[in-house]
Design a binder for this molecule. Sequence first.
Ligand SMILES: [Zn+2]
Length: 264
Amino acid sequence: MPAPRATVAVIGGSGFYEFLHDAHEVEVPTPYGDPTAPVAVGDVGGTTVAFLPRHGKGHAFPPHLINYRANLWALRSLGVRQVLAPCAVGGLRDEVAPGDLVVPEQLVDRTYGRAQSYVERGALHVPFADPYCPALSKTVATADGVRLGGTMVVIEGPRFSTRAESQHYAAQGWTLINMTGHPEAVLARELRLCYAPLALVTDMDAGVETGEGVGQEEVFATFARNIDRVKDLLAGVVGALPVPGVGCACASWADGLDLPYELP
Ligand SMILES: [Zn+2]
């Protein structure tokens, strides 16, 4: 039986399994190994959507050990062209607060040692000045209570930041901090996919002058309290997606270039 096809995908926490109706799980092997879990393909309001739990089933993979290349490759193999990427973030500056939903416009990569490219030979340099799809981001940000803007710094993890690191990031003007936003976004770009993050602020990182600093329980509790809101919002987005390739260059940036990898 051929694998079911989907043109839109959600990469998110395992709480999103209930997002899909009549879901079927598909094993999708890739040249980069297995994705973090089988891809679930199901219906959201009449649209077929693929879902991949970023950390695997039962949160098996910490941020620095996620097979990001296999995850994005597997989705593209099923026909996906647009990726919605909800994630938990810390807030770094007081213009954001726990419970806020933000679509950041910029990214700073502070990870190291992660496989972050499909380019393994030749001289291809991927345009990444604007790391996210502007059309998809705008669509997500039109949802009620979602803000567009700001910069998300992605750290290696799995540890949280020290107070000094957190204050340093905030002093740069960066607003959000997270451990999974890179290399997800750049791999999506390499595969000519539209990609937009949706960041849920779960805590205020370690940047506060007082208090204990961020803890895992706080992050998970805030995420759990807000998951239904995020799911409803994304269901609305799925019903109002822009036409891929209209208002963005995510799919066309490599036209005429000789990619050193063959798109699945
Ligand atoms: Zn796009």
